[in-house]
Structure formats: C-alpha cells, structure tokens
Design a protein around this ligand. Structure first.
Ligand code: AMP
Ligand code: ZN
Length: 465
C-alpha cells in the first residue's frame, strides 16, 4: 500500500510522491517561545512526529529532513520580557525569556516521545534570508516600502500574468471578497487594505536589524516572512510537506505561499499542506479566562508523556479533539497493559495492520485498534515493534512501573518487598499469610493483580486503587 495524505491546498487525499525519495522534506511551524506550551500546542508536535517516523520507516532515516522552527522574535515575546524582567535592558530580558521557554519546550516535547527535528532553525538567525526574499519581492513588483515598513501586495500577485498560484488558493478565500470585507481604518502606510507586513520599524530598545529596501531605520521582520525564509534556507524553493495547526491556514500559510512563490517564481511552495484540528478541554475552548488552560508541563507532573501521546493519537489528526480526564485515565490503563505485555519483549517488525492504517492519511485511531488486535492475539513481538514505530515503549517495564510509583508518592521498595513476601507465602501454600499481605497492600491503596508474562511465567503487578 502507498502513503496517502490529505492536502489542504487541493482538498483531496492523494498518493504521496516525494520530489526526491532520497531527500523527503517537511516543514512544520513551531512555537513562539514566550510561555509554557499548552496541550493544544502538543498536538502538531505529536502528529507530525508520527508522520516523521512513518516517513523514516518508508524512505530510510537518512532520507527524511524535518524542519520545525522556533519563533524567537515577536511582539508577545517583547511584552513578556518587559513584564517579567522589568529591571533588565529589553534585549537581555528577551534573551532570558526565549532561552527559558525554549528549554522548557524541549523538555516537554522530549517527554512526549517526539524525536527532535533534523533542524530547528531560529528566526533571529535567518534575518539575512528574510531581507533577501523581501528584496526579491520588491524587485518583482510584489512588495513596496512605505514609512519604514515593507508591505506585500496580494493584489499585485493576482494581477501578475504568470503561473503563480492565486492569493487565497490555500484558504479558499477570494481576494475580491477580502477587499470588499475590509475594515475602514487601514494603517496609513498600506496602499490596499489586504497588504500585509513583511518588515516593520523597531521601537527604541526592541530587537532590531538593518532594514532591506534602502530603509535607513533599523527594523524587524513580520511573522510570515520568518517561515518562508527558514523553509527556503533549509529545504529549498519547493519541498514536499508543510504542516501546522488549522488556525494557521489563514493568514499565516496563505502569506507564506504568496511570499515564497512570488520570490522564487514557483507555482507551489509545498506539494502537500497538512493541518491538525483543534483541541478543546472537557468540551470547552481552552482559554486562560475560562481557567481550563493546561500546560504540557502541568500534565507531565501527573501523567507519563506517553499517556498524553496515546491520548492525542486516539483521535484522527484532522478532527477536533475533546481532551478529557476520563479519556486520559483510559489511555493510562491501556498503556500500562501494553507496557507489561510488550515492553520487555524483543520487537519483530511493525504489523501490517498498523502500518496500513498509518499509510491511510495517518489514521491513528485505526492503528490503535490494530494494536489492541495484536494484544488480543498475544503477538507481543509485533505489538512491541508497532508501538515503537509510533514512538512508544521508550522505557523498560521496570522504569515505567518505577516512575508511576515515584509519581504517586508511595514507597515502591516497601511494596515490592511485601509482594515478594506474598509470593513466597503462596509458594509455601500459606494462603492466610498471602491474604493478609494482600489486605495490608489494599489498606495502602494498592491493588495487586496476578497474571502471566508473555512467556507464561506468573507475575504480580500492582496499581493504585
Ligand atoms: P502558536 O505558538 O500559538 O503559534 O502555536 C504553535 C502550534 O500549535 C501551531 O501549529 C498552532 O496551530 C498549534 N495550536 C495552537 N493551539 C492549538 C489547539 N488548541 N489545538 C491544536 N493545535 C493548536
Ligand atoms: Zn510558520
């Protein structure tokens, strides 16, 4: 079976054909580093990590390049820096905010079992490429300088008699309707209401760089140009897959397409545009004001990262997710069982049923149903390999159980000792003693379960009631 992916640009699920199978290239919009990442931000990280792993499985690890950027220049970062470090010069405060937040982001997504991308470019390290794209756009008649800003003109793009895509093609919006629906107050430096910023002047004290277009004042880039520049630098003028959350389709991705295609005279920026659906919490939109805003960091205090990962993958990536406590608890139960059954077993190869589900536009709910099938048919080696393909089983059973115990604050050594005593009592058929120990454990809130491992040897496992 071949890989098929849903493409937002054509609104169809199509067979995936890489431009160069020896160098499959994917770009995903990464975080703006000003605060802890929330569980919604974890969704694109996990979804595109599964795709990265699948592509490596299909084309070979050395033949897939995954770029996920870090946006480290943004108004939200400046505001946060001024708020959190009022005593420091702004640039120093900004460095602190982006360093701390970047580190936290890495700790969070590592715990979710996400591989690091092949390259993680930072916007501030690609200002030269941004200036170059801007110069090309001005030379091509697609952009202009006004009052120390540089603006991109979608109307100039659509007036060009060429093979360029139409502005609005990705988000299926008509430029004429955008013009008609524009607000009355338009920034004075814009010729048309639909023009968007490529470059703007910096306020005193803000991060600033020499401007393009002969502008004397120092300035800084707009958000959209950052991704066009980083994708170009690391993946070239055209590449295979561009991903991100559904909220980024307009204006961010529409504008990336416009910038890149007009600068390099391309018909396409990426051949497949993939967007994950949104995540809400207990049936409500996540927001700080509703008090249901959950960070990955907070969740990791209560749940192993792989539980969050499994919980995320139970829903197909294009559908909305309702993130609930109930579903998390179920995911934890499932993963506990899979760990005990398969984590210490040497993996065979990933099961065809699992791989085929993933080939069908990353159908992870179906892949998970196939994992349950492997468990039910006692294929521990197949389950082990399939779970690993999906980014699970990074720990041994002992590590997994040990971490759960640590998190619960229970003395694991004491419990292990009691279980060993009970096993010995059962071996000498002293059932009164073995029952007494079971009750003692129950009084501590620990439930034990007698079962068999994949080799048929008796084992006693435990969990909290
Ligand atoms: P941001 O830092 O807000 O630019 O978001 C980083 C990534 O997380 C982008 O790909 C967003 O589309 C995605 N994202 C933000 N909020 C959610 C959410 N509630 N559900 C799913 N994805 C989200
Ligand atoms: Zn982007």
């Amino acid at each position: 079976m071949e890989l098929r992916l849903y493409d937002t640009m054509t609104r169809t699920k199509r067979p995936f054909e890489p431009i160069d199978p020896k160098n499959v290239r994917m770009y995903v919009c990464g975080p703006t580093v000003y605060d802890f990442a929330h569980i919604g931000n974890a969704r694109p990280v996990i979804v595109f990590d599964v795709l990265f792993r699948l592509l490596r499985h299909l084309y070979g690890e050395a033949h897939v390049k995954y770029v996920r950027n870090i946006t480290d220049v943004d108004d939200k970062i400046n505001d946060r820096a001024a708020r959190d470090f009022p005593g420091l010069p702004l640039n120093e405060a900004i460095r602190k905010v982006t360093e701390q937040t970047g580190k936290q982001f890495h700790a969070d997504v590592d715990a979710l079992g996400a591989l690091r991308p092949s390259v993680e470019p930072r916007a501030t390290e690609h200002i030269g490429e941004m200036r170059e794209i801007i110069e090309r756009l001005i030379a091509g008649g697609f952009a202009y300088a006004a009052e120390d800003h540089v603006l991109f003109s979608p109307q100039a793009m659509n007036a060009a008699n060429s093979t360029l895509p139409r502005y609005g093609a990705l988000s299926k919006r008509s430029l004429d309707e955008m013009i008609a629906g524009a607000r009355v107050e338009v920034a004075p430096y814009k010729k048309d209401s639909t023009d968007f910023v490529l470059w703007k002047p910096s306020k005193p004290g803000e991060p600033s760089w020499p401007s393009p277009a002969g502008i004397a004042a120092q300035g800084r880039p707009g958000w959209h140009i950052e991704c066009s520049a980083m994708a170009w630098k690391h993946l070239g003028e055209q590449f295979d897959i561009h991903g991100g959350g559904i909220d980024l389709v307009f204006p961010h991705h529409e504008n990336e397409v416009a910038q890149t295609c007009c600068a390099f005279h391309q018909q396409r920026m990426a051949n497949y545009w993939m967007h994950n659906g949104f995540l809400q919490v207990e049936s409500e939109k996540m927001s700080k004001s509703l008090g249901n805003f959950i960070t990955i960091h907070e969740l990791l205090a209560d749940w192993p990262g792989e539980v969050l990962r499994l919980n995320m993958l139970k829903t197909h990536y294009t559908s909305p997710i309702d993130w609930t406590m109930k579903s998390l608890e179920e995911s934890a139960k499932t993963l506990n069982d899979w760990y005990r059954f398969a984590a210490d077993v040497a993996p065979s190869t990933p099961a065809a049923s699992v791989v085929e589900a993933l080939l069908d536009d990353l159908n992870t709910p179906q892949a998970i149903a196939a994992l349950h099938g492997l468990r039910n048919s006692s294929d521990a080696a197949g389950l082990s390999a399939s779970l690993r393909l999906l980014g699970f089983l990074s720990e041994s059973v002992a590590q997994w159980e040990g971490r759960k115990r640590q998190a619960s604050g229970i003395d694991a050594g004491e419990i292990d000792r009691l279980i060993a005593e009970r096993t010995a009592a059962r071996a000498r058929k002293d059932f009164r003693e073995s029952d007494r120990i079971r009750d003692e454990l129950a009084a501590k809130g620990v439930v034990i379960k007698d079962g068999k491992d994949s080799d048929g040897k008796p084992v006693t496992t435990w969990e909290l009631a």
